[in-house]
Write a protein that binds this ligand. Sequence first.
Ligand SMILES: [Zn+2]
Length: 379
Amino acid sequence: MGTGHSAMGWRSGVIVLLAALAVAWLVGAEFRAKHQPDDIYPGPGVTEVRRLSDYFPALTGSPGDTDVFILEGDAPGATVLVLGGVHPDEFAGFMAALLLVERAQVEQGRLIVIPQSNASGFTHNLAGEGHPTHIEIETAGGVRRFRYGARATNPVHQWPDPDVYVQASGQQLSGSETRNLNRAFPGRPDGTLTEQVAYAIVQIIEQENVAMAFDLHEASPEYPVINTIVAHPRMMELAVMVVMDLEMQGIPIGLEQSPEALRGLSHREWGDHTETLAALFESANPAQGRLRGRTNVELVLEGKDAQYERAARLGRLYVPFGPEGHPLESRVGRHLSTLRSFFEMYSLFHPFEGIVVTGVPGYYELMENGVAAYLQPPR
Ligand SMILES: [Zn+2]
């Protein structure tokens, strides 16, 4: 009498167990994929690949360690540092740095590029924001696939957050900011993972005698500091010339001096703690905004959003937002044109110690040909 029931119970138990295993396998595969490093193909200009831990050995084997690409020209000149992925969900910053690694050739001086500055932040994403886990870009030679990270260090690697984050300067921030690399500068050698990564980056600036250092970011279209260069006071003179140069090229861009009270931010602390000239760039990424509609890969790549068009018509944004949106090529193009202009202006003033870089597409080339045209095909 009971046999029919128990057989059915046994069978449904197996089915539930198999279903649970299937879900765990699927989710686990996605989880593990976030820990697989992205393929980055050093281009013809890369002369050496180092690790961040080469500058601060305590990071060896840690989830904060990351590749540091060196592109050294034949002629001696200035050393320039470019960071992408300080905030891994600001995709254009990572992509602009990646294009430098895969395309740039240095004729004079030396370029040091870190595309994934907060490596731990690339191992998770903001699922609650509906952000994609990966972004695929189709090149002529096949599909390139990249992780779309989160803003901050993975809590799996740095936990728990304190209630209040007391920054190295003594400034108090909310606890979750303890995992924000762009609040951690100049870093602490005995601090959290995030502070150690910040410390290692400052070691590069000091040990390599970096003349100019750049930090590539994105922000939501309703954020006031957008399509803007934020420059340390010592960088302002050069930045003013860059803004005029970009205006003449038809690329309007704002300029702001790093506020004194913004402790922990790259442009502020690098300039205060080292000799380098520091600046941060922001482009407009609707995938980060609060007003956006559907969030998906297309939003990150094409940057089109009807809600943002409406907000722009109502005068609520700090950037124009038309039907063409803010596609990835325009955001990467802004970053790269701005960098190129800084290289040129710096070299005007320091002709014998300049930085001359070729092979880097600017705004108009990227708008014409798209990002994919400048990525190397998958190997
Ligand atoms: Zn950012």
